[in-house]
Structures are given as C-alpha cells and as structure tokens.
Design a protein around this ligand. Structure first.
Ligand code: FPP
Length: 236
C-alpha cells in the first residue's frame, strides 16, 4: 500500500530572486517580480497537491536594510500582489493571512491586508500565509510582552504559561506547525523564520533559485519529506 504523505503545512523561505536577476543582467527588482509571479503559480500547485497551509517568507524585519530603491520596488510588487490576491482568493476559495509586525508598513498596504483578510476569512481552501516585516524573535518578543502584561494585570498566573499558551500568542495562532520547511537557492540557514514553529519540521534545502522553483521542485521536496529518492527512470 502506498503511504505517500502530503505535508499539511509547508513553509518556504523564498530566496534567490536577486541572483536570478543578476544571471540575466537585470536589476534586482526584476527578480522580485519574477519571484512574486512564481509564488502565484506555486500556491496553485500546492493546493492541487493537497497542501492545506502554505506560509512564505516575503519580507523580513532585516530586509529594510536593503537599498531604498530595492525596498520601494518590493513594496510596489507587494501592492500589486495584494490587489490581485483579492480576486484570486475568491476564485480559488483561498484564505489569506499575514504574519509579522504590520505596523511598520505603509498605511495603504495595511488597509489592503485588512481588506484581503476580511474578504477571505470564511474561505475553506488553502490557507496562504505571508510573512511581512516578519522576524521570529520579534514575534516571540511581542508574544512575551502580551503574556507579561496579562500576568501583571492578574489575568494569568505564571503556571498558566504553557507551550500551548505561547503558541496561541504567536502570529500563527490557530495554525498547525509546518511539517516541511523549504529554502531555495542553496543557503542552509533559517534566518529567523518561524523559530518556535519549526521545532519538529523536516528541512529541505535546494539550489534552485526561487523564480525557477516549480511544481516538479515542490514534488521533489515532498518526496524528500517522504524519505524517497525517486530516480525518474534514471540511475544516480
Ligand atoms: C529573496 O531573494 C527575496 C526577498 C527577501 C524579498 C522579496 C520577495 C518577493 C518579491 C517574493 C514574493 C513577494 C511578495 C511581495 C508577496 P533575495 O533578494 O534574497 O535573493 P538573493 O539572495 O539572490 O540576493
């Protein structure tokens, strides 16, 4: 009997947009645009494969250190992506959720995020979660502050602080932890991405640059998760 498992929750660190552009002698933001277009395709692939939650690292708390021009370019791509996502969420029954500290984002982006979350909140298809101005340590710090405030005000006692309580205070509250974490483009690190949630996840690293990461690559990652080494008819 085939016991091939599809991971319920896949988290991806989208990396390699800059190198994809550089290889083509294009400005970095062309790579980000290609990366955002690819993300639209991969969401559909993920859903068609039976993945229920997809969480992607689109912009970290550290990404503000990039040049003003690059950050501006990414925000333009993000605006466009959020706008398109309203129609897509309706068409594909997709629920969208944004994690990270949104307070530092521009007001119109915050508004788009709120509209998108509200419009898609009752959808029952894939849960697509985007990490924006996200940092795992920042997320844990914000959660700790909210717990400390409750203890100080007497709403919680120290004994009430359990792993489940902490999980419920994170931005990902209510979502299962990722089963599989993928990072593209050859870097072997987690870069402050979901450090609490990936405690038991399987890690898959590949050399493919994010804009080139397609359904076949996603299937390879799931094969790896299943402990498989399919040779696609060849011999390794
Ligand atoms: C990773 O490649 C890309 C980012 C950190 C930022 C932007 C991500 C996107 C545009 C994809 C989806 C977007 C949105 C806005 C929903 P890199 O620049 O670190 O690549 P490099 O390591 O090759 O320089």
């Amino acid at each position: 009997m085939d016991d091939y498992k599809i991971p319920q929750h896949v988290a991806i660190i989208l990396d390699g947009n800059g190198r994809w552009a550089k290889k083509r002698h294009l400005p970095r933001n062309f790579g980000h645009k290609a990366g955002a277009d690819n993300l639209e395709r991969v969401i559909e692939d993920a859903w068609n494969l039976g993945i229920k939650y997809l969480t992607v690292y689109a912009f970290s708390t550290e990404n503000w250190k990039r040049s003003v021009e690059e950050v501006k370019g990414i925000m333009t791509i993000l605006r466009d992506f959020l706008k398109k996502s309203i129609a897509k969420s309706k068409k594909n029954n997709m629920k969208v959720r944004i994690i990270g500290d949104r307070t530092r984002l521009d007001e119109d982006i915050i508004k788009s995020i709120e509209d998108l979350e509200e419009a898609s909140k009752d959808n029952t298809g894939i849960v697509f979660c985007v990490a924006l101005n996200y940092g795992g340590r920042d997320e844990i710090t914000r959660a700790m502050r909210s717990i400390a405030a409750d203890v100080k005000e007497g709403r919680l006692s120290t004994e009430d602080i359990t792993e489940d309580l902490i999980s419920g205070r994170l931005d990902t509250a209510g979502m299962p932890d990722p089963d599989l974490l993928i990072r593209t483009s050859g870097e072997i690190r987690i870069s402050n991405y979901l450090p609490w949630q990936i405690a038991y996840s399987e890690f898959y690293f590949c050399d493919t640059l994010w804009p080139d990461f397609d359904k076949e690559e996603l299937v390879k990652a799931i094969d790896y998760y299943n402990g498989r080494d399919r040779r696609f008819g060849g011999v390794k």
